[in-house]
Design a binder for this molecule. Structure first.
Ligand code: ATR
Length: 272
């Protein structure tokens, strides 16, 4: 029941109307019988929104496009991983102290690590935006070797130099032609996302049966990239896994309860 003690969690972004986070978190609160509610807030003026969150004592919130980078300057503390990545997707309000975290990183690492050991593996990351940064730092910390393949070379090179600054010689830039030598390929670009469902970041001719393929696009659940990979017999990891993974980590930061991941996954699957 919602009452005067109900803790409020939210997601701020723009647009927010299609976010699946409210359904995913509310299903989890309900399963564990926690007196929390999770809402979507469409935010244009970030600074005033943060002031409002503080003034109202909102317990925590997720942050999505386009605010994941700008939010850093309004927070009181930033966790080490989020600082390295330079992006925050989760904020916890602890008695007025706002601390930023990046659960995209652990969410992606968990999704990969549940299928494969990461130490010593060669991982190609397609793209060099916020999601690519979270994944690259996460897998570098696990001892993987990273090949960044990005449309804009300068942005790829910046990510490589940032990751190598913390994990020396872990990363380099490359091209699609170098995929033959890698173990895992992760798409972090929006290529293949609804409505462009036939587009793919990597042509099927560059895929091999022994590649492990992960997409962070989750609408559609099975992208062209994953379909091509499956047809060759590759192991695949859908974008749902990273989305639910980051949500579960955020849930644990918000509530200090273990996240009911299956409940969260089913809530998302019901929406797709
Ligand atoms: P996010 O925070 O979700 O990762 P982003 O920061 O906008 O999103 O990053 C998207 C990434 O996908 C970028 O690396 C972008 O390439 P550029 O650095 O060249 O802009 C890449 N990307 C987006 N659309 C693309 C397309 N049609 N072809 C190739 N790469 C694309």
């Amino acid at each position: 029941m919602i009452d005067s003690k109900t803790k409020i969690i939210g997601v701020i972004g723009k647009p927010i109307g299609h976010s699946m986070s409210p359904a995913m978190h509310n299903a989890a609160f309900s399963r564990l019988g926690l007196n929390y509610v999770y809402l979507g807030f469409e935010v244009t003026d970030l600074q005033r929104a943060i002031d409002g969150m503080r003034a109202l004592g909102i317990s925590g919130f997720n942050v999505t496009i386009p605010h994941k980078i700008d939010i850093l300057k309004y927070l009181d503390k930033i966790d080490t991983t989020a600082k390295r990545i330079s992006a925050v997707n989760t904020v916890v309000n602890d008695n007025g102290i706002l601390t930023g975290y990046n659960t995209d990183c652990a969410g992606a690492v968990d999704a990969l690590a549940s299928k494969v050991k990461l130490k010593g593996r060669k991982i190609a990351v397609i793209g060099a935006g916020g999601a690519a940064r979270a994944i690259a730092f996460g897998v570098a910390e696990k001892g993987a070797h990273i090949l960044i393949i990005n449309r804009t070379l300068a942005k790829g090179e910046k990510l490589v130099s940032d990751v190598n600054g913390f994990f020396p010689d872990s990363s380099k830039c490359g091209t699609i032609k170098e995929l033959e030598d890698v173990d895992i390929i992760v798409n972090t670009t929006p290529i293949g996302m609804n409505p462009n469902i036939h587009a793919t970041p990597v042509g099927k001719e560059f895929l091999r049966k022994n590649h492990i393929i992960m997409d962070i696009v989750y609408n559609p659940i099975e992208t062209q990239f994953l379909r091509d990979a499956k047809s060759l017999g590759c192991m695949t990891i859908s974008g749902i896994e990273m989305f639910v993974g980051q949500g579960a980590k955020s849930f644990e930061l918000f509530t200090e309860n273990k996240a009911p991941k299956e409940v969260m996954r089913n809530a998302v699957l019901n929406l797709l």
